[in-house]
Design a protein. Structure first.
Length: 204
């Protein structure tokens, strides 16, 4: 039995984290990869749940040891995905979702060509600015940097398989759930998960 691998990405403030949280609550067959990062925890973030927070020195040692499936620098901090954890979760039949940027997506696509990419868009840049300001986590300078980075992020939209515009949150959650469920119903995925049952049914 083997699960599917998904990447969900969005410009900062577009609602990626909230959408993934809702997905995990509604679909018990999905597990989220918890990335390692060198950035400091934000208010309310829990070690091991939201991220594994490590120093730059520890992160560099992990790179040298080949611990990461992918790693990238985003907004001046480093993020990386554990290779061992991904393999274990998928071999146990879980679908795995990773919240990584287009740089990480490009790296992983070389290893897992069947990976499914989902890009979350805000309804407008003005609304994105309002969301970034309202959450009160960043200074005005950082918000402007994030908006500038959003343009770079969105220029890579064509590298993803699905696009969700997060205008109405409940609708966006339904769309995300539909993507995950539809991937499991593909012929190749069904043979992976239910090979014995299907083989008996089609055997002549």
């Amino acid at each position: 039995m083997s699960g599917n691998l998904f990447i969900v990405w969005a410009p900062s403030g577009a609602g990626k984290s909230s959408l993934i949280a809702a997905l995990l609550e509604k679909d018990l067959n999905v597990r989220q990869s918890v990335s390692f990062t060198t950035r400091a925890p934000r208010e309310g973030e829990v070690e091991g749940k939201h991220y594994h927070f490590v120093t730059h020195e520890v992160f560099q040692r992990m790179i040298a040891s080949g611990d990461f499936l992918e790693h990238a620098e985003v907004y001046g901090n480093f993020y990386g995905t554990s290779k061992k954890w991904i393999d274990h979760a998928m071999q146990n039949g879980f679908d795995v979702v990773m919240a990584i940027d287009w740089q990480g997506a490009q790296q992983i696509h070389k290893i897992f060509p069947d990976i499914v990419g989902v890009f979350i868009l805000p309804p407008s840049l003005e609304l994105l600015r309002q969301r970034l300001t309202a959450r009160g986590q960043d200074s005005a300078d950082v918000i402007e940097r994030r908006l500038a980075s959003a343009h770079e992020d969105m220029s890579h939209l064509g590298e993803f398989d699905y696009v969700i515009i997060n205008q109405v949150f409940a609708d966006a959650v339904s769309d995300l759930l539909a993507i995950f469920r539809s991937q499991r119903l593909k012929r190749e995925a069904q043979f992976k998960r239910n090979n014995d049952t299907i083989s008996k049914l089609i055997k002549r």
